[in-house]
Design a protein around this ligand. Structure first.
Ligand SMILES: Cc1cc2nc3c(=O)[nH]c(=O)nc-3n(C[C@H](O)[C@H](O)[C@H](O)COP(=O)(O)OP(=O)(O)OC[C@H]3O[C@@H](n4cnc5c(N)ncnc54)[C@H](O)[C@@H]3O)c2cc1C
Length: 401
């Protein structure tokens, strides 16, 4: 594996770092204390600046106006953007749109691409992904109650979903529904595009997450689909291929998430070190003089570096060996990086004392919202079991002395 960063990427990363520092981090105090909708005009201005700098949609296809960086290149971009919760959104590579763009590009019909893909990559509209149900385990998504039944030229959708992130203000949802209940468990579900203004698409509420319901892009909705009727041409990919497509969405998506988390770790770590250096805890003593704090600094530095190298390795595996062969590495980074991030944020918050609990720094926001990293896209335990099963299989028939 070559860790050298190309001259092209050095320039891009330099520009992104500067933009995040000068244009985005100064917006955070208002973002943390007021509804994000207040900032929408400012967000639009910043997005225009990013487009003018030709840094828009770094991971998306050139034919739709993106930069089409490869997975490793975008991993580095994702790390830089992760330093602010606004980074990915302002640069047009935010989840869940990023994953939806990938699957629309790969599986969308010409009509679907013309209608949704272009405007989505351009940042003119937003989308959401609606799979998890209230009453059934998201960890075992083959258990699903939401159905789409054919009626004339349409599908009629009924069911209750939640944690449909960013549904508030989205133009359409990609909804996972049971279309083929008689098929085997992994061939029962399909993905269907549902415009959010379709009668029967009912956004019940933005769910309060750690006490904050949020709004617009920064929210997670509960959705009730009640006789929600869409044309059969809204089916994405072949019928019964929902899980096949979902798998496609997850591999590169995990690299993006994990590198965003490394960016969060870097930010929390910088804040921790700066606070330890500045905070006077006795007339002649700074916090950084205490060995316990030094130990946290060293441990966090090692944890971040280890986690970062694991993610870059997994990205390299996906690009050079293939997504299927990289499944163990992808599962490993998912729970390792999520836990490293949680530890680093927690340590940094602790070093900040009472200040860490306020919204005067970004730490409390990260502490609240990034706890979910250990749950979504596969809970820690699910990934650990999957990794362990693969390892146990690798040892089948192996003689170990
Ligand atoms: C902030 C946030 C954003 C999200 N965004 C989206 C989104 O945009 N779209 C969407 O469809 N969903 C989204 N989700 C939902 C997410 O995918 C699910 O929460 C996740 O799949 C877990 O499902 P569950 O909540 O039903 O938990 P369950 O499946 O009920 O699991 C609960 C817990 O049980 C344990 N567990 C589960 N299975 C096993 C097992 N096999 N072995 C051992 N232990 C196990 C784990 O500790 C797990 O955390 C989001 C969730 C959060 C928190």
């Amino acid at each position: 594996m070559d860790f050298a960063v190309s001259e092209k990427m050095k320039t891009i990363l330099g520009m992104i770092d500067e933009f995040v520092e000068k244009e985005l981090i100064p917006l955070e105090p208002e973002f943390l204390t007021k509804p994000s909708t207040n900032l929408l005009p400012v967000f639009e201005e910043k997005r225009k600046m990013v487009k003018q700098m030709e840094l828009w949609a770094p991971n998306h296809p050139k034919e739709y106006g993106g930069m089409e960086l490869d997975l490793l290149e975008h991993a580095l971009v994702s790390e830089s953007l992760g330093r602010s919760p606004l980074g990915h959104y302002i640069f047009g590579c935010q989840a869940p749109d990023a994953g939806n763009i990938e699957i629309l590009h790969q599986f969308g019909s010409d009509e679907q691409k013309a209608k949704y893909l272009g405007p989505l990559v351009a940042g003119k509209i937003r989308s959401c992904f609606s799979m998890t149900e209230v009453e059934l385990p998201g960890s075992n998504p083959v258990m699903m109650d939401t159905t789409a039944v054919k009626d004339g030229d349409d599908y009629v959708i009924n069911g209750q979903k939640w944690y449909t992130s960013s549904a508030d203000g989205a133009e359409f949802a990609i909804v996972m529904v049971v279309t083929n209940p008689e098929a085997g468990p992994y061939l029962q579900a399909s993905m269907i595009i549902v415009p959010t203004d379709t009668p029967g698409f009912n956004l019940v509420r933005n769910i309060p997450v750690m006490g904050h319901a949020g709004e617009d892009y920064f929210s997670h909705a509960e959705i009730l689909y009640q006789n929600c009727r869409v044309p059969q041409s809204n089916l994405l990919g072949p019928e019964g291929h929902g899980f096949v497509i979902a798998q496609e969405r997850l591999g590169p998506g995990r690299i993006h998430h994990c590198m965003r988390w490394i960016g969060i770790c870097n930010r929390a770590f910088d804040l921790m070190v700066a606070r330890a250096r500045d905070r006077i805890i006795a007339p002649d003593r700074k916090l950084a003089a205490k060995q316990i704090i030094q130990s946290w600094i060293a441990e966090c530095a090692a944890d971040i570096q280890g986690a970062r190298l694991m993610v870059l390795h997994a990205a390299w595996m996906i690009e050079n060996v293939g997504k299927k062969e990289a499944r163990k590495e992808i599962s490993l980074i998912k729970f390792v990086v999520a836990n490293v991030m949680q530890k680093v944020i927690d340590r940094s918050l602790q070093v900040h004392g009472g200040l860490g609990m306020t919204d005067d720094t970004i730490l409390a926001f990260y502490y609240r919202h990034e706890r979910a990293a250990r749950i979504y896209d596969g809970a820690d335990e699910v990934h650990k079991i999957s990794v362990a099963k693969r390892i146990l299989k690798e040892y089948e028939g192996k003689r170990v002395r």
